[in-house]
Design a protein around this ligand. Structure first.
Ligand code: NDP
Length: 285
């Protein structure tokens, strides 16, 4: 039987509608409107599209966007100064610095300059540490979205075998930490893992985040598994595909997220969710 499709677009829309309602409520009770500062440095076309989509989603949900569009020559001191100002601005509850940054700027230093209490992307080492210690403040958006998608299946995570393909700081590691926190038994695979199919075939829950087009094929998937595809890859013919070979795996998995229309929209919804949560914390709610 073909897998149930994990429709990230639909789920994200439901979450965004809920966020819009809570934003209106927060504003009418406290006068606080959640504010997100968005820093875009330079002219990278892909970054411009990501930022535009994030800003559109914020506007639709009633969040206030504070737009910092800076030219490609911006130096580190200027950017640090602006971030410091937003750290102290009480109308700003979340700060997003779109990556990549131009080469004259040290990305790590910039991400660490963002106040951990306004770190809407959840990339600050403080927030990574809080996540690993089991007491998170901000969760990184994509991993948080992946967990929401798994939860939407209605299946229990506790006691299940989960395999995470990829160990990056922004996806693989935090997804593994969240699954462990949800009491799954977690295995993390990477480019040095031996006999990968024998590991992935054990997974009740399989997360693919390696950036290799259609890498996960039917023979690598357990019958009935929940498969979440984080990958975004552009084929030579222009098509966008995930890390999972959708056609073959949908005959084997129980649930499968598509690309596009899977994790991508969830990532944006979680950015809004993080900003709203930060504003609520400010209001003591
Ligand atoms: P990285 O390139 O930072 O990490 C890739 C990981 O995959 C590494 O840990 C690497 O192992 C592992 N890997 C690479 N090749 C193999 C292989 N053949 N077998 C097993 N493991 C392998 O990628 P990201 O985590 O940043 O992103 C992963 C994918 O997710 C990309 O396609 C990206 O575009 C997408 N993405 C999507 C988002 C969304 O919102 N939908 C958000 C963020 C990312 P090693 O550590 O050994 O090198």
């Amino acid at each position: 039987m073909a897998a149930h499709i994990l429709d990230g677009k639909l789920l994200a829309q439901t979450i965004r509608t809920q966020i819009a309602q809570e934003t209106t409520e927060l504003h009418s009770h406290t006068g606080i409107r959640p504010g997100l500062a968005v820093f875009l440095v330079g002219n990278d076309p892909a970054s411009a599209v990501y930022v535009r989509n994030k800003k559109k989603a914020c506007d639709a949900a009633g969040l206030q966007v504070h737009d910092y569009k800076l030219d490609a020559e911006t130096n580190q001191t200027e950017l640090l100064g602006l971030i410091e100002a937003t750290n102290h601005d009480p109308t700003i509850h979340g700060i997003l610095v779109q990556l990549p940054l131009p080469p004259q700027i040290d990305s790590r230093m910039i991400l660490e300059a963002v106040s951990p209490m306004k770190d809407a992307d959840g990339f600050h080492p403080y927030n990574m540490g809080r996540l690993l210690s089991g007491d998170p403040v901000f969760l990184p958006c994509t991993p948080k979205g992946v967990m929401k998608m798994i939860e939407s299946t209605g299946q229990t995570i506790e006691g299940k075998r989960a395999v995470v393909l990829g160990r990056s700081n922004i996806v693989g590691k935090p997804v593994a930490a969240l699954l462990m926190q949800a009491n799954a038994t977690v295995t993390v695979c990477h480019s040095k893992t031996q006999d990968l199919p024998s590991v992935t075939r054990e997974a009740d829950i399989l997360i693919a985040a390696i950036g290799k087009a259609q890498f996960v094929t039917r023979d690598m998937v357990k019958n009935g598994a929940i498969v979440v595809d984080v990958g975004i890859n552009r084929l030579d013919d222009g098509r966008l595909v995930g890390d999972v070979d959708f056609e073959s795996v949908q005959e084997q998995a129980g649930w499968l997220s598509p690309v596009p229309g899977g994790v991508g929209p969830m990532t944006i919804a979680m950015l809004l969710s993080n900003t709203l949560e930060a504003a609520k914390r400010t209001a003591g709610r």
